[in-house]
Design a protein around this ligand. Structure first.
Ligand SMILES: Cc1cc2nc3c(=O)[nH]c(=O)nc-3n(C[C@H](O)[C@H](O)[C@H](O)COP(=O)(O)O)c2cc1C
Ligand code: SF4
Length: 689
């Protein structure tokens, strides 16, 4: 039961997102202007010492400017760590956090700092790194991640509590409005009945396992008597293998009641972590149901009388409003959705929820970036990470712009050019927009990709682009229209390599298979194990097709471009459907009943990248041994070609001779473009007109 009741709607009734999400909310003495929170997200934008940088401030300021009421800065450590996260360890760092708080307060947006301690011995690991003993540090890190919470001394836990108390004091001095306890990681692992094996005052009974969690909350209250305390409550959900660093729901509810007594003012109910796959807490498209934390946050909300937020895969504003209206939570955490569209809240307020650019849950720009220690961005948001530097400026002089091709690159170019005030006509040969997004949404789990196409359709319409579908425009037709600038975004085609037999009738085209224009049968060999080949394999190995699939890949990896969060799921699916993968294998000839290939048994280890044999672009070491190969013959009933994308041509000579500025973007621009590069090239081309 919330202290902030909101008019509830019967399930199934129409919900007005603005009416629900724009209601203010009181949490202790923190007043949120609406119900939209940007949950904790490590960004990689901070300085090495963990201080807040200008890029970090700009990133969060942009989210605040977009109307978000409450931003939680993810993973702020109270101690020095090697983790690339914010750190608030010394008084000297306070001004940089103060600058962030001030920037957010300009927009009446509240700032929370998520206090987090990693589950490793930060002091010992840092010392090993400082001594240059990288191997020792890595070994310790590896060991500690599995054992630390069972080995950490009571004295060290007391020191950590002291550092958290100090962080709370500094947070107040910096002007933060809230501290969110990262109830996952060290705290959650100690709470967990599945991880904690201690037999002292911090292990065994529920009381002992949750002792540290409660001490953390009290330490914060001591360090900062008035600050709002938010607690990320990690729940071990239906499948304990998904995440074990938290509590099952009954114990979580009991803990929540106790934590309110200790001083917690609000709960952020999330999926427990710690199986090593980020997909547990940040599920990629098609891997968890929408709003998968709903039953758990509802239970916590029924248990405590402080406001509760939920988070995770909330697909749109109507669903976000439904969660609140139907009593599952009081406010919503929208992580990737706001990363994708920082103007989320403002669009809801303006009754333009259908214009919110939807996150497609690809995990490429955000989660993969963090996993590989780059700063986060979003594949659909070309301005992400470049806040206040990449701005859609009105054009000095409105021009007539023609965009040829309605895939993501052309759509983004058309949208941005039109928003800048140009008169834009977009020509698309097909009868619908989206280009390769169409086939990209066909494989298992990928239907969410359609959100991007639907949004682009609405966005170009809203921007005033004149869209002409089913028009195979020629340079002569364009010249008749006298455009000032032309953006060529005609895309690519599935490439056909010069392999003997590639033109035989039983050799199909992966793009056409995905589009449903060709149907494979029986024993099917897919030549090319990039993303298209791998996704085609997944599709045709399903029961509807029932093909017995073998993928043959020249390099050392299958689906190397796939998100690290999805790859393990894809491999499980391959195993379940008996998909055979052959790497380091080059096809020599395609016959009617078999594919003849050569497998390299000792693929070169690329220089400087040990352990990644045969990785794309690998340069063989100078002392690489002579390749050892063996011929392989793979029986088949049909073959699918999936070796990559070849750019489609569009002759621009006449346009250039007529003095028209021409830009190429996306797949037709020399090399294959993933959605990230397609959107970025489209954006940049439009910004330059
Ligand atoms: C790039 C990235 C970094 C994240 N970092 C944190 C973090 O520092 N602390 C945390 O508790 N959760 C973190 N999360 C999890 C998010 O807070 C959120 O629970 C998750 O993204 C699911 O919500 P969404 O579907 O709205 O994105 C992170 C998520 C992403 C995508
Ligand atoms: S990169 Fe993908 S998952 Fe991440 S915010 Fe953007 S669309 Fe969503």
């Amino acid at each position: 039961m919330s202290t902030n009741p909101i008019n509830t709607t019967d399930s199934g009734a129409t919900i007005d997102p603005a009416a629900v999400l724009m209601q203010p909310l009181e949490i202790r003495h923190m007043r949120l202007k609406n119900r939209i929170m940007f949950p904790p997200m490590t960004t990689g934008y901070e300085a090495r010492d963990g201080s807040i940088t200008e890029q970090s401030i700009n990133f969060y300021r942009r989210v605040a400017e977009g109307g978000t009421a409450y931003i939680v800065l993810g993973d702020v450590t109270p101690v020095h760590t090697i983790s690339p996260t914010p750190k608030l360890v010394t008084d000297e760092q306070i001004p940089s956090f103060r600058a962030l708080a001030d920037a957010l307060h300009e927009f009446d947006c509240k700032l929370g700092l998520q206090v987090f301690h990693p589950e490793y011995d930060t002091v010992a690991v840092a010392n090993l790194f400082a001594k240059g003993d990288m191997a020792g540090a890595r070994a310790k890190l590896h060991h500690d991640m599995a054992h630390y919470i069972n080995e950490v001394s009571v004295d060290r836990l007391a020191e950590i509590l002291e550092s958290i108390r100090a962080l709370a004091r500094r947070a107040t001095q910096a002007g933060a409005d809230a501290i969110e306890v990262h109830g996952d990681r060290l705290v959650g692992s100690l709470c967990s009945p599945l991880i904690n094996e201690r037999d002292d005052a911090y292990g065994g009974s529920f009381e002992n396992r949750t002792r540290f969690a409660r001490q953390v909350v009290r330490a914060i209250r001591e360090g900062s008597p008035d600050i709002c305390i938010d607690y990320k409550l990690p729940i071990i959900t239906e499948d304990p293998q998904i995440g074990r660093g938290g509590l099952f729901i009954d114990e979580a509810a009991t803990l929540a009641r106790l934590l309110v007594e200790d001083g917690v003012d609000t709960f952020h109910v999330g999926q427990a972590n710690h199986t090593g796959n980020l997909n547990d807490t940040i599920p990629a498209m098609g891997t968890r149901p929408d709003s998968f934390m709903e039953p758990y946050s509802r239970r916590i909300k029924e248990t405590v009388d402080v406001p509760v937020s939920t988070v995770g895969a909330i697909p749109d504003a109507t669903e976000a409003a439904r969660l609140i209206a139907e009593g599952a939570c009081d406010y919503v955490g929208l992580g990737r959705p706001i990363l994708c569209d920082p103007d989320y809240a403002n669009k809801v307020a303006a009754d333009q929820a259908d214009l919110i650019r939807p996150c497609i849950m690809c995990n490429r720009g955000c989660t993969d970036a963090i996993a590989s220690r780059r700063f986060i961005s979003c594949v659909l948001n070309a301005q992400g990470g470049h806040e206040y530097r990449r701005v859609i400026e009105p054009a000095a002089e409105p021009k007539r712009v023609a965009v040829i091709g309605g895939g993501p690159a052309g759509l983004e170019a058309a949208r941005v050019a039109a928003l800048r005030g140009h008169r834009v006509t977009l020509y698309e040969r097909a009868g619908e927009l989206g280009g390769q997004l169409g086939i990209a949404s066909v494989p298992p789990r990928k239907a969410t990709m359609r959100r991007a196409t639907r949004w682009f359709e609405r966005a170009v319409d809203e921007a005033g682009v004149d869209v002409r579908l089913g028009v195979d425009v020629t340079p002569a037709m364009l010249l008749d229209d006298h455009p000032d600038a032309v953006v060529i975004a005609v895309g690519g085609r599935n490439a056909t390599p010069p392999i003997p037999g590639a033109d035989a009738p039983y050799v199909l085209d992966a793009w056409k298979v995905l589009a449903g224009e060709q149907r494979p049968h029986g024993r099917t060999v897919i030549i090319g194990g990039g993303l298209v080949g791998a996704e085609t394999a997944e599709l045709i190995a399903q029961d509807d097709y029932g093909c017995a699939v073998t993928i043959v890949e020249m390099m050392g990896r299958i689906a190397g471009e796939e998100s690290s969060t999805i790859l393990p799921i894809m491999m499980e699916d391959f195993a379940a459907h008996h998909v055979v993968t052959m790497v380091n294998t080059k096809v020599e000839r395609i016959g009617e009943t078999s594919v003849e290939a050569v497998e390299t048994l000792n693929p070169p280890t690329p220089t400087g990248r040990p352990g990644a044999p045969g990785a794309p672009g690998a340069t063989p070491a100078a002392d690489a041994p002579e390749p050892q190969t063996r011929p392989v013959s793979i029986p088949c009933d049909c073959v699918i070609m999936a070796v990559g994308t070849a750019p489609l041509a569009f002759d621009t000579t006449a346009l250039e001779e007529a003095g028209i500025a021409v830009t190429r973007v996306g797949d037709c621009n020399g090399r294959a473009a993933d959605i990230n590069r397609a959107v970025e090239e489209g954006w940049l081309a439009a910004a330059a007109i």
